[in-house]
Design a protein around this ligand. Structure first.
Ligand code: NAD
Length: 359
């Protein structure tokens, strides 16, 4: 079986879907074909792939193509019927992209659609990349703040620790909490899923009780709040937010625009020099003033809307993603042959488009 690794073409995308370390572990019968230069932006030169046993060549002719971002129209035109594609296909939001794959007869396996069951944990690319994003968000907050994060006792007197609020305590939020805590900040957090309180507290942060209790779906995701609940959350946050030096927001509902948690009015109540790092920028932002892909200053408050934070740490983000990919490939290969087992709930769950074979 041949596995192709194209060069990513989306602007600003530095990650690569397979790194050399994983190539050498894919086992007998699997040949990896990497596009020349595909790993360079993530710190993996062609030579490292060759040493790991990969071929350099045309990845699009392979049986399985592994990618980070969904293919562009030009890339999709290179795929053929019956081929398998594994990538972040944005199945809930990129309808045109998914239809393109369906029309081409490609077996599209979306990383976002892998069921979040225990057996699939090593394949959970949403979690691996959210871990990177949460860590980086805390570092960005620390970097943009004109203050120390830890308490400092110096000959010139004592500096109190910074106060950080993390909104949304899923995978990214919990990593942001842990990182901000390691840097010495005093951290509080809020999430609409009640189950999260214990996880927040186990990291040494305080769970902020906003009086809003949302629901959790079977998959562990939050349900969207009602308009009344959302308004109550905004109002409650507005009174609390001025106490914090930095706010990191990670709130998301799969397939929906990011919930607006921080109004423009709430930002105007923050002290000058405060920072908002909005991890939900890609889906519209948790803060009304976020500009996706940009960093802006409003009334002295820095609002960071940088998108694709995992790409800014492309080496480790790719390494983790590559291990997720290896676990997925492990499901698709039997004795060196590609075998799609539609009775496997992970394969069936991840599949968003499928080759139509005439009866
Ligand atoms: P996500 O990225 O979809 O959302 C991030 C967080 O935002 C979630 O915790 C959600 O509850 C929160 N949120 C949504 N609306 C909000 C609002 N209005 N205010 C505040 N917070 C809001 O979620 P995720 O991090 O990918 O995953 C969420 C959960 O899924 C995990 O914490 C876990 O419980 C579960 N999960 C399970 C597995 C598994 O293998 N069993 C793996 C990964 C995640």
């Amino acid at each position: 079986m041949r596995v192709g690794v194209p060069q990513e073409v989306a602007p600003g995308e530095c990650r690569v879907a397979l790194v050399p370390e994983t190539v050498s572990r894919l086992g007998e019968g699997v040949t990896v074909v990497v596009a020349a230069g595909a790993g360079v932006a993530a710190g993996f030169p062609d030579e490292a792939y060759r040493e790991a046993g990969a071929e350099l060549g045309d990845p699009w002719a392979a049986d399985v193509v592994v990618k980070v971002a969904a293919p562009s129209a030009e890339e999709a035109a290179r795929l053929r019927s019956g081929q398998v594609l594994v990538a972040f296909l944005a199945p809930l939001t990129d309808r045109a992209g998914v239809e393109r794959l369906a029309a081409a007869g490609v077996h599209g396996l979306a990383l976002e659609s892998i069921p979040r069951i225990t057996r699939a944990q090593p394949m959970d690319a949403l979690s691996s990349q959210a871990t990177v994003a949460g860590y980086k968000a805390a570092l960005i907050a620390a970097d943009r703040l004109p203050r120390f994060l830890p308490m400092l006792m110096t000959a010139a007197g004592t500096i109190p620790p910074a106060k950080v609020l993390v909104l949304g305590a899923g995978v990214a939020g919990l990593q942001a909490i842990a990182t901000a805590r390691r840097l010495g900040a005093v951290v509080s957090s809020f999430d609409v899923r009640p189950a999260v309180k214990e996880q927040v507290e186990s990291l040494g942060a305080t769970f902020l009780d906003l009086g809003i209790h949302g629901e959790e779906t079977e998959g562990g995701y939050a349900r969207e709040l009602t308009a009344e609940q959302q308004a109550a959350q905004q109002a409650e946050l507005q009174t609390r937010i001025p106490q914090f030096d930095a706010v990191i927001t990670t709130a998301a509902i799969p397939g929906r625009p990011a919930p607006k948690l921080i109004t423009a009015e709430a930002v105007s109540a923050m002290r000058p020099g405060s920072v908002v790092v909005d991890l939900a920028a890609e889906t519209g932002g948790n803060c009304e003033l976020t500009q996706p892909g940009r960093e802006v200053v409003e009334g002295g408050v820095t609002i960071v809307g940088t998108t694709n934070l995992p790409s800014t740490m492309a080496t480790h983000a790719s390494q983790l993603l590559s291990r997720n990919m290896a676990a997925i490939l492990g499901l698709l290969v039997k004795d060196g042959e590609l075998v799609l087992d539609w009775d496997d709930e992970i394969v069936a769950g991840a599949c968003v488009t499928r080759e139509q074979v005439a009866a």
